[in-house]
Design a protein around this ligand. Sequence first.
Ligand SMILES: Cc1cc2nc3c(=O)[nH]c(=O)nc-3n(C[C@H](O)[C@H](O)[C@H](O)COP(=O)(O)OP(=O)(O)OC[C@H]3O[C@@H](n4cnc5c(N)ncnc54)[C@H](O)[C@@H]3O)c2cc1C
Length: 347
Amino acid sequence: MSDNIYDVTVIGGGPAGLFSAFYAGLREMKTKIIDGQDQLGGKVHLYPQKMIWDIGGTEPLAAGDLIKKSISQGLTFDPDVVLNTTITNIRKEDSNYFTIETSEGEKHFSKAVIITIGGGGMISPVKLDVEGAERFEGKTLHYAVPDIMSFKDKKILITGGSYSAVDWANDLTPIAREIHIIYRGDDLTAHEAEVSRLKKNGVKIRTQSVVTGVIGEDNLEFVEIENKETGEVTNEAYDAIIVNHGYNQNNLLFRENHLGLNLENDFYIQASPTGITNVPGIYAAGDCIRYEGKVNLIAGAYSDAVNAVNNAKMYLDPKANKYAMVSSHNERFDEKNMEIMYKEEDA
Ligand SMILES: Cc1cc2nc3c(=O)[nH]c(=O)nc-3n(C[C@H](O)[C@H](O)[C@H](O)COP(=O)(O)OP(=O)(O)OC[C@H]3O[C@@H](n4cnc5c(N)ncnc54)[C@H](O)[C@@H]3O)c2cc1C
């Protein structure tokens, strides 16, 4: 049994979770990281093609590249990784460790837990509510833009009026043949400047319009669109549809809340600015926490992670140093530094 008990289990494998796993390894804690998705990286997977400028200390980099680098860093000290596993409960039945329960009824055991489940928990895109739409999913019907170049010379329909929908339309303008955007409401809800850019880019905008059908064999051929104002229904040829109807949130982890964690709006943990929750042994980091001055940025997730890990370390070993030695002078990296230095010399 004791082999199965980890020093720390990180729930959520986004930027906060991956940096927590890295830092917990640095602090020599036996670490496990669990995520409900089939891949690590968190919400950054929603915008892999976008450039990120505000991380600090790095030139702008594509979100997809950040994911790769974050995963590589998160796995530096070989934490155990468990994917496709949604955590629904944390209990304390034994004074020495927590029991972490999954939606499939499995149990994981850990002396301390760091919760990094992001804002909204397990999120999933609101699907296009039209019969047969799932047949085209990932082929000609998309809920995110994984690879901009795959839309080259295509006639695209974007449905949704939010900032993201308008942003995608603007980003795809230089490469797509033609872009139409439809929205069920009266006005697009994106920033005025983005909507002006959309118009300048020649994107065709229709409000009060919804998709009512998708037609095609293997690939999408026609989209049926209804104008809600006039009731007119048209069948229009498109090469691809991008759907941006928002995201379903899921607060499974907090629904039963056996530990009695202090929550805000059922989705966020009220914690101290150093990630300490009202339950000793449970820490939190990243977008899932709320405290005065919290910054909901990737940069904020990193400092949250360091604090959460340091506090978890102190909880496990009250005599431990409150802070780790800086990485540039930390002997944990001696061997790895040699590998890097000699690799560079060989190259
Ligand atoms: C479109 C968009 C653009 C953005 N652009 C920027 C930007 O340019 N710069 C910037 O700094 N920030 C940006 N952000 C914000 C940034 O992505 C978030 O701040 C960051 O992802 C938060 O990291 P996190 O680890 O706290 O949570 P998340 O990235 O949300 O990761 C949480 C992880 O927890 C998992 N999880 C949730 N619940 C459970 C459960 N019950 N069991 C198991 N696993 C669970 C999820 O599957 C997910 O992988 C952007 C966000 C969006 C949506």
